[in-house]
Design a protein around this ligand. Sequence first.
Ligand SMILES: [Zn+2]
Ligand SMILES: [Zn+2]
Length: 250
Amino acid sequence: MSITACIAEIRGLLPRRRAISMNPVRSRRDLSVARSKMGGSPDLSGLGYWPHCEACGSHMIFVMQIYRRDFPRFPFPPKASLFSIFRCPYPDCPNTSDAADRRLLMMYLAPGKWVSPYPPAVPSNYEQPISQCVFRPSLFWDRPSSLNWRSMSPQIMSLFRRLSTQLGENGALRVKRSITARQTIKIGGFPSWQQHFLTPVCPCGKPKEFVFQLSSGQPHGLMIGDAGNIYFFVCKACGPRTMESCWDCG
Ligand SMILES: [Zn+2]
Ligand SMILES: [Zn+2]
């Protein structure tokens, strides 16, 4: 079997899902509160105040927001049109959650006419605000994380052994990286687990579905643990308000 045929067979053995890569791009100018973006001033008109961390009382950092009109595939409850994420910047926050490396606030809002407050000053020893970015979304086919492959198809492991013989360990690793779940900010697809994997279960008994991933990196500058990701899941039967997150890093 040729190397190309072997790679095609591995791809064929794995399920694939259409996903949206958010592709954040740094903006040189201040972005309007009324657009989907990362950093800068959030649209808090549906809330009316700047969120505080429940664990330590610090002003939270605005991470990102997306409007339903821009990303209709994102799971929104019927009356909400905005999804926002904030996070605690205090390094010694007594955060005890497994949901993220730091205390995370995710919320659905129905924006009104109230004007957003400007971001509060962040002390220099705290995590600094996210760089302002617009999204340049693009569609791609995503496949499961290589951590899940063994349980999905034992055949894949023998194909990789064959690839290692032909390409060497590093060559086989490059192929693996080109197929595994993409580590990026994305809607849909598969979580790009780095250490472990799990599927949160809803109180109704059904497994939750992966819907979104937030990843560390540039140009936004968000750092989750050591270059990690936060994964968001929803129970499709019970609705978007069942959203929960978990995280890991390499
Ligand atoms: Zn805190
Ligand atoms: Zn449920």
